[in-house]
Design a protein around this ligand. Structure first.
Ligand code: SF4
Length: 302
């Protein structure tokens, strides 16, 4: 049995930056309530580590950032790496909150691109995931940003002019290309700006280039879009089995038993310790065949 550590994997620069900002904000303001609007990144271990340093999370599935903001009356609000619309930011300022923006610079770049296009009297087809905070932030920039979640969505959008096609940063490079092709059939003169971020792209390409691999284990939270995409990319690239696990606690012997080549990777919001624990355990298992999972999982913020 061979265990492959896929490279690159794990934290991207946007996640590291968001965690650094959150940690510094909590440290510098010990007497002020510090709130995070939504999950800082889609990983419960990171959220729990932030809670341990005093950050309070305001989160509820199905609620928009604006609705969540209604629950905060004083103190500091941190916007997450997924980006935020100007409207929500202005609402927070109007409420008298101190605003700290931990939006990833790649997401801000996409926002700037979209805003610039709207100013030029254009429409935007934004390929993204419904309900994801990044797509929520981008779509709420303007009524002229239209969320595209599938090829079917394009058919109902008639009469758009000066069209820009762009996308959420953490989508699958394979799926996105297919939807862009469909958009171009309807709007052949559209400008295309592929905005899958470099961190997402290189992690997906590393999985696509794996050779003769029987199983891919992706360490990541089930809510993490980029972690889910790594699993799907593996299956689409011919790897027969791919599993998404939160941590070593979800690893099952039947996932890897009697397999020759097992690769391990992780989403860009997964703490590296979690992935390393899985790799170390599997390497030991490959040597001695003993399935004795460790009890303790300790995650530091960085
Ligand atoms: S995955 Fe990409 S867009 Fe998201 S935080 Fe990381 S670098 Fe930024």
């Amino acid at each position: 049995m061979e265990i492959i550590s896929v490279v690159p994997r794990g934290y991207c620069q946007g996640v590291v930056r968001a965690i650094q900002i959150a940690r510094k904000t909590a440290q510098d303001n010990p007497d002020t309530p510090v709130y995070m609007l939504g999950m800082i990144v889609h990983n419960q271990f990171v959220v729990d580590a932030c809670k341990a340093i005093g950050i309070r999370f305001v989160e509820e599935a199905g609620k928009t950032r604006s609705e969540l903001l209604d629950r905060i009356d004083s103190g500091i609000v941190i916007f997450t790496a997924h980006g935020i619309s100007d409207d929500v930011k202005e609402k927070a300022i109007r409420k008298g909150l101190k605003v700290v923006d931990a939006s990833c610079l790649d997401v801000i770049k996409t926002h700037d691109l979209v805003k610039q296009h709207i100013q030029q009297d254009g429409d935007v087809l934004y390929i993204g995931k419904k309900g994801h905070p990044e797509s929520e932030g981008t779509v709420s920039l303007s009524k002229r940003v239209h969320l595209i979640t599938s090829c079917e969505d394009i058919q109902r959008l008639d009469g758009l002019k000066n069209v820009l096609i762009t996308n959420q940063t953490t989508l699958s490079i394979l799926d996105t290309s297919a939807i862009i092709e469909e958009c171009l059939k309807k709007y052949p003169d559209a400008i295309v700006a592929k905005e899958i971020c470099n961190a997402t792209r290189v992690r997906q390409e590393a999985v696509m280039h794996l050779k003769d691999t029987d199983v891919l284990i992706v360490v990541g939270d089930a809510r993490s879009n980029n972690s889910n995409q790594l699993r799907k990319i593996a299956l689409a690239s011919g790897i027969k089995e791919a599993y998404l696990i939160d941590s070593i606690k979800d690893l099952k012997e039947e996932m890897v038993k009697e397999k020759n080549r097992i690769a391990v990777t992780s989403g860009s919001s997964t703490p590296n310790e979690l992935t390393q624990q899985v790799i170390t355990f599997l390497k030991q298992y490959a040597l001695n065949g003993k399935w004795d999972l460790p009890e303790d999982i300790t995650v530091r913020l960085l």
